[in-house]
Write a protein that binds this ligand. Structure first.
Ligand SMILES: *Cc1c(COP(=O)(O)O)cnc(C)c1O
Length: 368
């Protein structure tokens, strides 16, 4: 390996290159079929993805945000309803709540797992709380048992944001199958990524499935007859075909990322905070993050040494300009601490074990 070679954080061309041949084949199939939105390819992918998740239904939609937004929309909650959501999530989770006209109620994460702290959920429940929207952040499942207990006790809907957790399991059970709905994104950088925007909802509930199927296509089951005021959130044939190709390799992708994570776990010195390990959590490492109090210096040092990194996320949702008046009343010291110290390391399907060993060596030489 060229010692001066830059190790990128992600490279979508390299990530997808091993699938090019099959992508070309299915592209030609779809092109020649003359059918481009919601046809056999979508039906086939929905079946395969439901099967992969161990869910009864999968409904393809336009993107991950819509998967979340529509999963909430179908319940017709009153306008001042509250939805509990982790304070350190990506903005999309929050927007799926505000787009429905509901109030996001931020709950802080457990600093060890970065996922919503079940102990803090109870304190945030009011008579207006209708649902909990959890996020299996970075690809690590949430602590599901206490969350499910709370949902039962307070009769709350449970929606799982699985945009980063394709194939992640809690005690052997797939994320996306614990709640009323599991919302997936297939944005190109996700563990199961398309070549454009795409998303899906998985559910074991026949009524939820039926409602999502209707609302994603203008609220129409029979062409030109509209039962509800719906949306245009359809999945197209090309993206479904590309996704079916990649889905066949999802286990290989996950295993590769877990192998790279293991190298990081073993080799990075304890001067850096690494992801917590626990046999109950089968982590798919959409993101592998470390934390360090000199995060910004570490990021620059790595860049100077040819390693590109990312920050997920530099600013918490309640500090975003867009959320002034909506979320700025929440005080979130744990999230602030994570946002200030977290750094995401390269962990793509195309990175080699040698790449990762090199990153570890450079990190360990950081003058702390
Ligand atoms: C990517 C992502 C989304 C949104 O998915 P899109 O397909 O970009 O709409 C939602 N939540 C989380 C946690 C994400 O990482």
């Amino acid at each position: 390996m060229n010692t001066n070679e830059i190790i990128e954080y992600e490279n979508l061309l390299k990530l997808n290159s091993s699938f090019f041949q099959e992508y070309n084949t299915v592209f030609n199939d779809v092109l020649n079929s003359g059918w481009y939105i919601m046809g056999n390819q979508v039906a086939q992918f929905e079946k395969s993805f439901a099967n992969y998740c161990g869910a009864k239904h999968c409904i393809g939609v336009a993107n991950g945000l819509d998967a979340l937004m529509l999963s909430l929309k179908i319940y017709n909650f009153p306008e001042d309803s509250e939805v509990i959501v982790p304070s350190n999530t990506y903005i999309a989770t929050i927007l799926s709540i505000t787009q429905n006209g509901f109030k996001p109620v931020l709950v802080e994460p457990d600093i060890a797992t970065y996922n919503i702290d079940p102990l803090l959920i109870r304190k945030s429940i009011t008579s207006k709380t209708k649902a909990i929207m959890i996020v299996h952040l970075y690809g690590k499942p949430c602590n599901m048992e206490p969350i499910i207990e709370i949902c039962k006790e307070f009769n709350l809907k449970l929606i799982e944001d699985c945009a980063q957790s394709h194939g992640a399991k809690y005690k052997g059970k797939m994320t996306g199958t614990f709640g009323d709905a599991g919302a997936f994104s297939f944005y190109p950088t996700k563990n199961l990524g398309a070549l454009g925007d795409a998303g899906a909802v998985v559910t074991n509930d026949d009524e939820v499935a039926d409602k999502i199927r209707t609302i994603r296509n203008y609220g129409s089951k029979v062409k030109y007859y509209n039962e509800v005021a719906g949306y245009n959130s359809r999945l197209d044939e090309l993206q479904a075909a590309f996704l079916s190709v990649k889905l066949k390799s999802i286990e290989k992708i996950t295993e590769h990322k877990r192998k790279l994570a293991e190298i990081y776990d073993k080799k990075i010195s304890n001067a850096f905070i690494k992801p917590v390990k626990n046999n109950d959590y089968y982590d798919v490492f959409h993101i592998y993050n470390i934390r360090h109090e000199k995060r910004d210096q570490l990021k620059q040092y790595l860049l100077d040494n040819g390693v590109k990194t990312e920050i997920h996320y530099p600013v918490s949702p309640n500090k975003q300009q867009a959320m002034i008046g909506t979320l700025d009343s929440f005080n979130t010291p744990i999230s602030e601490e994570i946002h200030k110290t977290t750094l995401s390391l390269p962990i793509s399907y195309y990175h080699t074990e040698e790449n990762i060993v090199k990153v570890c060596e450079i990190i360990n030489a950081f003058p702390t």
